[in-house]
Design a protein around this ligand. Structure first.
Ligand SMILES: Cc1cc2nc3c(=O)[nH]c(=O)nc-3n(C[C@H](O)[C@H](O)[C@H](O)COP(=O)(O)OP(=O)(O)OC[C@H]3O[C@@H](n4cnc5c(N)ncnc54)[C@H](O)[C@@H]3O)c2cc1C
Length: 387
């Protein structure tokens, strides 16, 4: 079994200087108060149009992002590839709401597919449905509110964009992961993604939906859709995550007086996460998965399941995925042992990526333990190099 304790393997591409920079970033992020002040300061700087780009470029962006354009990302993609890690280019511009923004996102995602087609190092691309259409429309569709003519036309344009991406990915033999978002727009996202799977996953999993296992209904959903896929003859693809909007989900449910869709505790979330991995491994001929997690125990459990169900380490139906600059001890040690590993590489114009970066900083509250762990590992590696 792979050990995640080997920091020499985990940080092998980082120079001493870059390791120190990583240490400073995690030290800062560990303090939730500082992170909160930092994200408020970023929002303010953005509003006041202060020149913060050079500072961000040399800190957060250098450690956690590929750059501003796909071309900027190439050197990081090549470095990862030299350690057997593949890249998922993630155009991380969030919170946009105009038709021009949606066209720009579509354009970027199509460019990613072209970049992926040319490179063995990019087997997937990814997008958020909310980057291709307005959240209000997704919310109405999820609530089953009847759309007026104008809304319907807007919705049709969104579907047209998604169809274009999936079709191009299919032609290029690149898989496409569709991110999971807030529960009040997720029904619409699920419906759209199911439709795309039925069309494009006839021979293999091109389109992947995402399951957030912090929702108490997701294991049943997985089983239900698996039944449907067997009945209707298509393959399933799922990225399996715990979920990024915990506090937002719980506080909205409380404010609006409905039962939160979130599990009652972390223990139940972890159990369902591992059960979803097991269900997929049991049914690996019909379900491809990407375990998007920084959790060591779940990563170990997936290795164990692969052994139990006699799934080769490099079987293309099972991927492990982490975010760039996070949990390198998991990514590099798994890749070193021959497992399929992906790094999500966010990129985009720095100012436009700020809402994404702020959301990531705020998400730290529900993953506080991870930041402390990262810090310990970086410290351990610095000590090892100095000894
Ligand atoms: C490659 C990749 C892709 C991702 N894509 C998406 C995506 O499309 N959509 C999305 O929403 N997120 C996505 N995420 C984020 C992910 O959902 C998690 O927020 C993040 O990875 C932390 O979970 P973990 O499994 O790594 O680790 P852990 O530290 O073990 O788990 C932390 C997570 O557990 C859950 N949790 C914490 N406390 C509780 C509680 N009291 N009750 C119930 N649950 C609790 C929360 O989801 C929290 O984020 C992605 C993450 C990765 C690595």
């Amino acid at each position: 079994m792979v050990s995640f304790k080997n920091t020499e393997i985990a940080f092998q591409p980082l120079s001493d200087k870059k390791l120190q920079k990583t240490l400073h970033m995690f030290s800062f992020m560990r303090h939730s108060k500082l992170t909160r002040i930092g994200s408020h300061a970023l929002k303010l700087a953005l509003r006041l149009r202060l020149p913060i780009t050079p500072l961000l470029k040399n800190t957060i962006v250098d450690v956690f992002c590929g750059g501003e354009t796909v071309d900027d990302c190439h050197s990081k993609i090549d470095t990862l590839a030299s350690y057997n890690i593949k890249t998922v280019l993630d155009y991380s511009v969030e919170g946009k709401a105009t038709e021009d923004d949606f066209k720009e996102s579509l354009n970027q995602i199509l460019q990613n597919i072209i970049a992926a087609k040319k490179s063995f190092s990019i087997p997937f691309c990814v997008f958020k449905v909310s980057s291709l259409g307005r959240i209000e429309i997704l919310e109405k569709v999820s609530r089953k509110t009847k759309l007026n003519l104008e809304d319907q036309q807007e919705y049709d344009r969104m579907i047209h964009r998604i169809n274009k991406i999936c079709k191009k990915a299919d032609q290029a033999s690149i898989s496409v992961m569709i991110d999971a978002e807030e529960s009040w727009i997720q029904d619409a996202i699920d419906n759209i993604t199911e439709g795309m799977m039925k069309t494009f996953n006839k021979e293999r999993a091109i389109v992947f939906n995402t399951l957030q296992m912090y929702r108490s209904d997701r294991l049943d959903y997985l089983k239900r859709i698996h039944k449907d896929s067997k009945l209707n003859g298509y393959f399933l693809g799922f990225k399996i995550v715990r979920g990024a909007y915990l506090e937002k989900e719980n506080s909205r449910a409380k404010k609006m007086g409905y039962k939160t869709p979130i599990q009652i505790n972390k223990y139940d979330c972890d159990n369902d996460y591992d059960s979803a991995l097991e269900y997929a491994c049991e049914n690996i001929h019909g379900i491809s998965i990407c375990a998007g997690t920084h959790n060591e125990q779940s990563s170990r459990y997936l290795m164990q399941l692969m052994k139990t169900y006699k799934i080769e380490k490099n079987n293309s139906s099972v991927y492990f995925a982490q975010l760039l600059g996070m949990s390198d001890h998991i990514s590099y040690n798994l890749a070193n042992d021959g497992y399929n590993v992906l790094k999500y590489m966010p990129y985009g114009p720095i100012k436009k990526m700020l809402p994404y970066l702020i959301r990531r900083a705020e998400e730290n509250k529900s993953i506080a333990g991870q930041t402390g762990r990262e810090l310990n590992l970086v410290n351990k590696e610095i000590e090892r190099r100095e000894s």
